[in-house]
Write a protein that binds this ligand. Structure first.
Ligand code: ATP
Ligand code: MG
Length: 404
């Protein structure tokens, strides 16, 4: 047991202890137990308890309501935040997603039985060890993903579990067990009822995992059509291998992974897909910009124009994506990437101007010189900027005044 206890933060143990001192049961539970067994660092440590939310609030000094209607209170100990959730079961599900409500229960086994997969349905106590009614520990040892109970029933209750299964399989490199796989195939149409955002979040976790090859599984199991139907075409006409290869090599970051997945569809379609998936405006814009620029036969001026449009950070992402792509599709051209990088570096190191905010003359200056207010100001500034991009040494007030 010691090999596990050393991984658990002291605060989590203190919370469990405190709840027990007040006559309740408490365990760590869920993803953190799974990760602890696998010696992975969990995202967070969740605690489950027989204490009701009002008891939890009474026992601990610093708490806030996280999802009190679902029984979750966050306890702050030192600077750490821990979610403490009352044992609960879920009432009947409607629409194949959220349950109608929850009921608190007193038996930990009931709480574990509502969880999705056996590996996620294990509780652990620092003194008494595991509560593992569905043999999740063995499934973890065998690297198996298996629903708690009958697959079809559990996937019908909440169809998102279909994608959670594939996502865990990608993240942990586990196999989905046969009955569970059959259940996924049978229930996959229920994904229609799941919100775009929840689907997107699971899909994104697959895309930034170490196993992007699981996209082939999504296609083969006919799940992809519920996620991004346009990408199904890339599989159908066998043009997906290179995008997936690129995905596996670019940094595990959502913008870059989506760029690699979608670039063959062009920037307009990609932007529409990202909008439909309800991504934030920044991500949508970045994906569109990176995909838009396909040409690597570019000169100093064009690089400055790209820097102006993208900003330094997105330009860096573009360069990274292009480098990986060129490595795969046409390694002979890699020297062009080196040229672009060197040129970009020297533009930045020399502080060469590529946008209006660093131009030595401003609109106000122009008005001062008698340029009439209106579109002429903007046009003049654009002309001066282009001149300065071509002649970096000329970005001084005198030179620019001479120029006009
Ligand atoms: P991650 O490492 O991605 O956070 P996790 O297993 O902790 O994985 P969470 O989404 O944080 O996943 O959920 C915590 C726990 O709640 C799960 O381990 C599982 O026991 C339960 N759970 C979460 N979502 C569902 C669901 N849709 N159906 C059933 N149980 C779920
Ligand atoms: Mg978690």
């Amino acid at each position: 047991m010691n090999k596990y206890n050393t991984q658990i933060p002291e605060e989590a143990k203190m919370i469990i202890n405190e709840l027990e001192q007040h006559g309740f049961e408490a365990f760590i539970v869920g993803g953190c137990v799974r990760d602890m067994i696998m010696e992975r660092v969990p995202n967070d440590w969740d605690i489950t308890t027989s204490a009701k939310p009002e008891d939890v609030k009474r026992i601990f000094k610093r708490t806030y309501d996280t999802g009190i209607e679902h029984g979750t209170i966050t306890v702050i100990l030192n600077v750490e935040h821990y979610e403490v959730t009352t044992y609960r079961i879920e009432e009947e599900y409607k629409d194949f997603r959220r349950p109608n409500g929850v009921s608190f229960v007193t038996d930990i086994n009931l709480d574990l039985s509502r969880r999705d997969f056996t590996m996620n349905a294990i509780a652990y106590h620092p003194m008494r060890g595991f509560v593992d009614p569905f043999c999740g520990v063995v499934d973890i040892q065998n690297q198996t993903i298996r629903t708690v109970g009958i697959a079809c029933d559990r996937l019908t209750e909440d169809a998102l579990r279909i994608l959670r299964g594939v996502r865990f399989s990608a993240q942990l490199n586990f196999e989905i067990e046969g009955q569970t796989k059959a259940g996924i195939l049978e229930c996959r149409h229920l994904l229609e009822h799941i919100s775009t955002e929840r689907i997107r979040d699971e899909f994104t976790k697959i895309c930034i995992s170490n196993n992007v090859n699981h996209l082939y599984m999504l296609y083969e199991m006919d799940l992809l059509v519920y996620i991004i139907k346009e990408v199904v075409q890339l599989f159908d006409n066998k043009t997906i291998d290179i995008p997936i290869k690129i995905m596996s090599l670019v940094k595990p970051e959502h913008t870059l992974r989506y760029v690699a997945l979608l670039y063959r569809l062009g920037d307009k379609t990609s932007v529409n897909i990202m909008k439909r998936m309800k991504w934030d405006n920044r991500t949508i814009k970045e994906v569109g910009l990176i995909i838009k620029y396909k040409n690597i036969d570019i000169d100093n001026i064009f690089i400055k124009q790209m820097l102006r449009e993208m900003g330094e950070d997105v330009f860096e992402m573009w360069l990274h994506f292009m480098e990986i792509k060129i490595q795969i599709v046409d390694a002979n051209q890699l020297s062009k990437i080196d040229f672009i990088r060197q040129t970009r570096n020297s533009i930045l190191e020399n502080g060469e101007c590529y946008d209006l905010k660093n131009l030595a003359l401003t609109g106000k200056d122009l008005i001062g010189f008698g340029v009439p207010i209106g579109k002429e100001i903007g046009e003049t500034l654009e002309r001066l900027l282009l001149f300065v991009m071509e002649n970096p040494d000329c970005n001084t007030k005198e030179r620019l005044i001479n120029k006009i």
